[in-house]
Design a protein around this ligand. Structure first.
Ligand SMILES: [Zn+2]
Ligand SMILES: [Zn+2]
Length: 164
């Protein structure tokens, strides 16, 4: 977190020199999950970063992602709410001011977890994937009913790996 704050401070000082005005520093969290590296909340002056991606790609994250999101907040404060998120104003801050490529998307490989699912069925045409926990409960005698057709769901003997 210290390194993110230091990197942000560099960006904000550059912006303050360039635009000759102060910018309020944003609140930062590292609680973002999923496919995105960061999200800028313009009206709350908040940046949420993906802590897992930060740990896995620390140097590139500091180089690219932190300025990318900071540029959203700065462009919003300078040019107002009508600009497009990755439009010319944002790109100007990224490339003109931060001297960085104005890429829309992060390039990190997101490690997708694959989880085992046990396939159950009833009278309906589709299989119903059960988690291992649920499958274990069935093994212990628990019964589940389909909410649509009312049949008991029974194990087909098949498993699959599902991206989660
Ligand atoms: Zn963006
Ligand atoms: Zn059914």
């Amino acid at each position: 977190m210290d390194r993110i704050l230091a990197r942000l401070e560099d960006c904000y000082q550059l912006a303050e020199q360039h635009f000759s005005r102060p910018f309020p520093r944003p609140d930062i969290t590292l609680d973002l999950r999923g496919q995105r590296a960061g999200v800028a909340y313009l009206n709350r002056n908040l940046l949420r970063f993906n802590g897992q991606m930060y740990r896995d790609n620390t140097e590139d994250f500091l180089l690219q992602t932190v300025p990318h999101e900071a540029a959203h907040l700065i462009a919003h404060l300078v040019y107002g709410p009508r600009i497009r998120p990755h439009g010319p104003e944002w790109r100007g801050v990224m490339s003109g001011l931060f001297r960085l490529p104005a890429n829309r998307c992060h390039n990190y490989e997101v490690a997708r977890r694959r989880a085992t699912r046990y396939l159950y069925r009833c009278a309906c045409p589709d299989h119903m994937p059960f988690t291992p926990q649920r499958h274990a409960l069935v093994r212990k005698g628990r019964r589940y009913q389909c909410r649509r057709c009312g049949d008991l769901l029974h194990f087909t003997g098949q498993q699959m790996a599902q991206a989660v």
